[in-house]
Ligand binder design. Structure first.
Ligand SMILES: *Cc1c(COP(=O)(O)O)cnc(C)c1O
Length: 431
C-alpha cells in the first residue's frame, strides 16, 4: 500500500481521530508514503527533514537497517506471547540492559505498553508501597505546575491543572497537590527560596503523600522548560527527609535526549521509580517501562495483595522488546553522547538568529532539544504549510516552536532545519 489517495484522505477527515483534534473542523493532514533516515516522504513526492523525530522517539532515524533486522528476526520467531506464566529472551535481555543503564538502585522492571500506562504503573506502585507499609493514608501525589505525564486518568491528575484542563474533568480526576514549576534555569544560580514552596507542601502534607512525580530537568509538553540540576537534587533530598517517594518521568528525556543518558544524571540522583517510553524502541512501536528499587518491589510483594496489581495483555511484547534491545545497542555503538553534543551545538548556532526577532521571547537549547518560544501562540493551520514549503517537518505547540531531531541528523540537514525555522519566524513577523 502506498500513501493515501484523495478518497482515503476524505475518509480520514470524516472518520478518524488524530491527536487532540476536532471532528467538526478536522486539521489539514499531510499524507506520508514512507520514511527513511531523517526524511519523511509525502505522497506528492516531496521530502521533509523531520525535526520532531515523531515526538522524541525516532532517535536513530526511520527505516534503520539494524532495527529492521531485529524486527524481522523476532517476527519470524514470535511476534507476541502472553507474559503471564511465560517469559522470553527479548524481555529478559532488554530488562537486563535497562537495569544496567539506568541510575543506581533501579533494579526491578515492569514492561508496560505506553508512556501513560508506565505512569499509571508508577503511581500504583507508590500507592501499593505505602499500603503495604501500613500507611494507606499516603495515597495522594504531588507534582509540578507545567508538568506533563500522559493522557490517562491517573496521569492526567498529575498534569498541569490548567494545561491539562482539570476543570473539564473535575469530580473525576483524583485531587493531587501541585508545587510551583522550578524557576532556576538549567545553568543559572539556585537559591533556597526557589524550592521553599515544595518544602512547605511536603512539610504540611507528607502524611498523605505517596510520591512526588516530576519530569527531571526538562518539562516537556507543559512548556519545554529546562531547570536547574540543583533544584532536582534538593527535591530528592526533600523526598528523603519527608518520606515521600520520588518518581522521575523520563519518558521524553530518557536515552540521551538532554545530553545525559537520563536527565537525572545531570543532578547525579536516583529516583525511587522511573518511567521510560518514547525513544525506548527507537520509535518503532509502542513500549514503555517502569523501573523501581528492590525495596519497593519487595515491600509491595510482601503486602496484603501479595503481588503488584497490574498486567496488561500486551505486557513485554517480544517484537517491541527485541527492537528496543537493538535500539539500546545502537545508542552505544553510535556514540550517542558525541552525536547529541554535535546536535546541541548545531541547534545553538542555527537558532541563535531567532533571538533578534521581536516576536521571539526566548531561544533555548539543551542536548538535542531546540526551542524558540514566541510571545504569541502560532496558528498551526497557518504555520504548518509554511514549514512544509521550506522542506521541514516542525509542529509547533502554542507559543513553542521546537525540534528534537534524530541523533543521526547530519550537520547539513540540521542547518537546513534551523534555517527553515528562523525563516518561518521571520516570515510570520512580516505577515
Ligand atoms: C509523552 C509523554 C508521556 C505519555 O506517553 P504516551 O506514550 O504518549 O502515553 C508521559 N510523560 C512524558 C514526560 C511524556 O513526554
Amino acid at each position: 500500500m502506498h500513501g493515501p489517495d484523495t478518497e482515503q484522505l476524505a475518509f480520514d477527515s470524516q472518520h478518524i481521530w488524530h491527536p487532540y483534534s476536532s471532528m467538526i473542523n478536522p486539521p489539514p493532514m499531510f499524507p506520508v508514503e514512507s520514511a527513511s533516515g531523517v526524511r519523511l516522504r509525502l505522497t506528492d513526492g516531496r521530502e521533509l527533514i523531520d525535526g520532531m523525530a515523531s515526538w522524541w522517539s525516532v532517535v536513530h532515524g526511520y527505516n534503520h537497517p539494524a532495527l529492521n533486522q531485529a524486527a524481522h528476526e523476532q517476527i519470524d520467531r514470535m511476534s507476541h506471547v502472553m507474559f503471564g506464566g511465560l517469559t522470553h529472551s527479548p524481555a529478559i535481555e532488554l530488562s537486563r540492559k535497562l537495569v544496567e543503564m539506568t541510575p543506581e538502585g533501579l533494579e526491578r522492571v515492569f514492561l508496560a505498553d505506553s508512556g501513560s500506562v508506565s505512569v499509571e504503573v508508577a503511581l500504583k506502585m507508590a500507592i501499593q508501597y505505602w499500603h503495604a507499609r501500613g500507611k494507606p493514608e499516603k495515597h495522594r501525589m504531588i507534582s509540578l505546575r507545567n508538568g506533563y505525564h500522559g493522557d490517562t486518568f491517573g496521569a492526567m491528575s498529575v498534569c498541569d491543572p490548567v494545561n491539562g484542563m482539570h476543570e473539564l474533568f473535575s469530580g473525576v480526576l483524583a485531587q493531587q497537590l501541585f508545587a510551583p514549576r522550578p524557576e532556576p534555569p538549567f545553568d543559572g544560580g539556585f537559591a533556597a527560596t526557589d524550592i521553599a514552596e515544595l518544602e512547605r507542601l511536603l512539610d504540611q502534607h507528607h502524611g498523605e503523600l505517596a510520591a512526588l512525580i516530576l519530569e527531571p530537568i526538562v518539562q516537556g509538553a507543559g512548556g519545554m522548560r529546562f531547570y536547574s540540576p540543583e533544584w532536582l537534587r534538593q527535591a530528592r533530598a526533600l523526598c528523603d527527609q519527608y518520606k515521600v517517594l520520588l518518581i522521575a518521568d523520563e519518558i521524553a528525556t530518557g536515552f540521551g535526549r538532554s545530553g545525559e543518558l537520563f536527565a537525572c544524571n545531570h543532578a547525579g540522583i536516583s529516583p525511587d521509580i522511573m518511567c521510560l517510553g518514547k525513544a525506548l524502541t527507537g520509535g518503532y512501536m509502542t513500549l514503555a517501562a517502569t523501573l523501581a528499587t528492590a525495596e519497593i518491589a519487595h515491600t509491595i510483594s510482601a503486602g496484603g495483595a501479595g503481588c503488584f496489581m497490574h498486567g496488561p495483555t500486551f505486557m513485554a511484547n517480544p517484537l517491541a522488546c527485541a527492537v528496543a534491545l537493538e535500539s539500546l545497542n545502537q545508542l552505544e555503538q553510535q556514540d550517542w553522547h558525541s552525536q547529541v553534543q554535535r546536535i546541541e551545538s548545531g541547534l545553538k548556532q542555527g537558532l541563535e538568529p531567532a533571538r533578534a526577532l521581536t516576536s521571539v521571547a526566548d531561544v533555548r537549547v539543551l542536548g538535542a532539544i531546540g526551542v524558540i518560544e514566541r510571545h504569541e501562540p502560532v496558528s498551526l493551520a497557518q504555520v504548518q504549510p509554511m514549514f512544509v514549503d521550506q522542506g521541514v517537518w516542525v509542529r509547533p505547540f502554542g507559543r513553542l516552536v521546537y525540534v528534537m531531531p534524530a541523533y543521526i541528523m547530519s550537520d547539513a540537514d540540521l542547518t537546513t532545519l534551523t534555517t527553515a525555522m528562523v525563516a518561518v519566524m521571520q516570515e510570520l513577523d512580516r505577515l
